[in-house]
Design a protein around this ligand. Structure first.
Ligand code: UDP
Ligand code: MG
Length: 315
């Protein structure tokens, strides 16, 4: 039997300052595990010294594979490219800046060997990040998790180990707006957390600008929750109930006290009822749109995690 192989996937964007140190630490850890491995660097359009360092590295070490994008496509697509090319039986996704400690990988591999399909890093603490980033991240993870139809673990980024069968499902999911940790939650499988302290960046500064962070946050919510599309229906129903109650109150008022209600109250109730009908129809359209979006994403219909006495035919 062939020995099992590990693939490390490292997206890089303007990381010339951190790469030499980062390579050294990652390579030492991978060597210590004693399994064959490959280091897959994906250069996401950096124009600094990143590529000249990676060229040198690849020339000296055959286990270093490098894919360089024509421009910046974003972190999630850089990781996707790494997954597309990885040959390992388990893949580990890790940031280049040493914020995710590579020294955790041997434990992750152990948990994988003990049967976990996904081992995801859960941050107990974040060092060297601004109060703003910590607060927005913490609120965001909680909002997302409450809105998503699938439980997306809290305080969890893309630092994780995935088994080959999980990677194969990623290969089938070709949706363009990608939110990998959500896709991973959607898939299911045996996922176990491993807690760690998120370190400070070893060098350089964050490449996740506010714009990129907002765009990733939007992808998370839009790809994994239809709630925003469906909300108008519930709003319409609530408004409709209020309108009907108002109408009843006014009819009773007129019948009991005579004299009738002011003209503008009838107008207000009529207007609310009309708006309620419009909101309801908008919400219903939202349900259709959500379904169309689901069809467009073209995800696999189901995922077989294990089959006995038969090879699964995955459609
Ligand atoms: N990265 C990338 N493309 C981008 C932005 C970032 O490949 O457009 C890489 C970056 O080099 C790093 C990882 O993604 O390896 C995480 O980025 P960063 O450390 O800047 O984000 P933060 O940890 O501050 O959220
Ligand atoms: Mg970082």
């Amino acid at each position: 039997m062939q020995p099992k192989m590990l693939s490390l996937i490292i997206p890089v964007y303007y990381e010339e300052e951190v790469l030499p140190k980062s390579y050294e630490r990652m390579d030492a850890v991978m060597r210590s595990i004693g399994m064959p491995y490959e280091l897959i660097y994906v250069n996401d359009g950096s124009r600094d010294g990143t590529m000249s360092f990676l060229r040198k590295l690849a020339a000296e070490h055959p286990e270093v594979k490098v894919f360089s994008f024509s421009r910046n496509f974003g972190h999630q697509l850089a990781v996707t490219c790494g997954m597309d090319h990885a040959k390992g039986d388990a893949l580990v996704i890790i940031d280049a800046d040493l914020q995710d400690p590579p020294e955790l990988i041997p434990d992750m591999v152990k948990m994988w060997q003990d049967g976990a399909d996904i081992v995801y890093g859960k941050r107990t603490k974040r060092k060297g990040e601004t109060f703003f980033k910590k607060l927005t991240a913490s609120v965001y993870y909680r909002v997302l998790s409450s809105m998503s139809a699938y439980p997306i673990p809290l305080d969890t980024g893309d630092f994780r180990l995935i088994d080959r069968k999980v990677a194969d499902v990623f290969l089938k999911m070709r949706e363009k707006a990608r939110f990998l940790r959500g896709m991973s939650a959607w898939m299911g499988f045996e996922a176990v957390p491993i807690e760690y302290v998120r370190e400070e960046r070893a060098a350089g500064h964050t490449k996740y600008t506010l714009k990129k962070m907002l765009s990733l946050a939007a992808d998370g919510i839009l790809n994994f929750s239809a709630t925003p599309l469906e909300l108008p229906l519930f709003f319409g129903i609530a408004l409709g109930i209020l309108g009907v109650l108002g109408l009843i109150a006014m009819i009773v008022c007129t019948a009991v006290f005579g004299g009738g209600c002011p003209q503008w109250l009838w107008l207000a109730v009529g207007f609310s009822l009309l708006l309620a009908v419009l909101f309801c129809f908008q919400g219903i359209q939202g349900f259709y749109l959500g379904r169309m979006y689901d069809e467009l994403k073209d995800r696999p219909l189901y995922i077989v995690a294990e089959a006995l006495n038969e090879e699964p035919v995955q459609k």
